[in-house]
Design a protein around this ligand. Structure first.
Ligand code: ADP
Ligand code: MG
Length: 411
């Protein structure tokens, strides 16, 4: 609408984009990517921004937890998925979390695990892009600045506070590869291939109980895109970015901040209503010690090779695990492989995942379900569980997806 156009242009001149760069991510090249293609594209697009280089783990989390968010039109991460995980959890730790989580988020691939960046590119329906091509594509989307709703998953472990995930929950093969391949970080995204081959050689199974709440319309998997992007910024302010995390002086002609969080989006109203007590109300979950609700499906198989739930199409640049996933479809795409699969069959599945064709392989051990919530209780001990590629406490874990409560800069 015309009114919206006026408000957006006010936002544009009064607020800046926060760009968080993890200089240690991937092969340690994120800073070079920033000073090269990223800076020149942002400058050309007149996107005023402030660079903050992270100095240690949880630095980004602290920055966004304490930031005056009225000053920022978007938070952009140039790193891997791990840094965005920190940012989302930092936003959710704030008193004003329900508004903070509406801050538009952007992702530029600078890490070794760039699942969200690969997914965001995939959603544009452009052909596959890797490495620098993927970076340029994501940078272009950032310059366009259109915003789409993003699902967030609340994750409950047996102890500790609730975690918030935007990407994945993994146990078994994939979680082991993710953590074991950390030592091959210097080869970049190739670390997952190396890790996968090593894990295949020492293939094992994992015992546990899996239950989930299936989507009642699961049969009709839709691959249509239903994004309604909107622009958070269109800046006419000159870029005056500083290295070393200094805050820049603004040269704004107008200073009337507009709060993006004022949107009367139905989903947000719903989650606000639902969540007076907790951060996001997990109305689908029973306490972990109790049986799962009666409308859940309990998997009778207890021997697995892997259990993986993702919110997005890609788990890595060349690993398309859930081709039909969309950023705000409200589903966890649950992929699990039962024990008994042969090494060649498993290798075939991983190779097919490069193009996302594994679900048509008719592999009897591979299961795919669209779910709203799940519970996993590992029996095998010790072991590894990852959330968004980060290792978390090992033990029973539950998760529920919250549709479209965050925002992502997307095609
Ligand atoms: P990658 O895909 O390469 O793993 P991530 O963005 O996932 O990149 O970052 C990996 C980890 O690095 C994250 O857990 C993050 O907290 C941590 N981190 C962020 N900044 C720094 C830093 N300056 N030094 C070391 N680790 C950092
Ligand atoms: Mg990572």
């Amino acid at each position: 609408s015309v009114k919206e156009g006026v408000e957006l242009s006010r936002v544009c001149v009064s607020r800046r984009v926060m760009v968080l760069v993890n200089p240690q991510s991937g092969r340690g090249q994120a800073m070079t990517l920033y000073t090269g293609p990223v800076l020149s594209m942002l400058t050309e697009a007149n996107i005023s921004h402030t660079l903050i280089t992270t100095e240690h783990q949880n630095h980004a989390r602290e920055v966004v937890r304490n930031a005056d968010l009225s000053q920022w039109s978007a938070i952009v991460i140039l790193s891997g998925d791990g840094l965005l995980f920190e940012v989302i959890n930092g936003l959710m730790e704030r008193e004003d979390w329900d508004e903070a989580i509406r801050t538009p988020l952007g992702i530029l691939p600078g890490g070794s695990g760039n699942a969200l960046a690969a997914s965001v590119h995939h959603y544009t329906q452009a052909g596959p892009a890797l490495g620098e091509d993927l970076l340029l594509s994501c940078c272009f989307l950032l310059c366009k600045g259109l915003v789409c709703p993003l699902d967030i998953v609340s994750v409950r472990l047996s102890s500790g506070p609730c975690l918030f995930s935007f990407l994945s929950l993994a146990w078994g093969f994939v979680a082991d590869v993710d953590i074991e391949s950390e030592k091959f970080r210097h080869v970049g995204a190739m670390r997952f291939l190396v890790g996968t081959l090593l894990r295949l050689a020492s293939l094992r199974t994992y015992q546990g109980k899996l239950a989930f709440l299936e989507d009642s319309t699961s049969a009709s998997v839709s691959s249509s895109l239903t994004l309604c992007p909107r622009s958070p910024f269109r800046s006419s302010v000159q870029c005056t970015s500083h290295i070393q995390g200094q805050t820049n002086i603004q040269h704004d002609s107008e200073n009337t901040p507009h709060n993006f969080n004022d949107d009367d989006d139905d989903e947000v109203l719903l989650h606000k209503k639902n969540s007076k007590d907790g951060r996001l109300a997990d109305n689908l979950l029973n306490p972990i010690g109790d049986p799962v609700p009666t409308d859940w499906t309990v998997e009778t198989e207890q021997d697995f090779v892997l259990v993986l739930a993702t919110c997005h199409s890609h788990l890595a640049e060349e690993l398309m695990v859930s081709p039909d996933a969309r950023p705000d479809d409200g589903y966890l795409h649950l992929v699990y492989i039962k024990a008994g699969i042969s090494r060649p069959a498993l290798l075939r599945l991983f190779l097919a995942m490069e193009k996302g064709t594994h679900l048509t392989c008719e592999c009897p051990h591979l299961m795919y379900r669209r779910v709203r919530a799940l519970r996993l209780e590992p029996i095998t001990k010790p072991g590894v569980i990852t959330v968004d590629g980060e290792q978390v406490e090992y033990g029973p874990i539950q998760a529920q997806v919250h549709k479209g409560c965050a925002r992502i800069i997307c095609g």
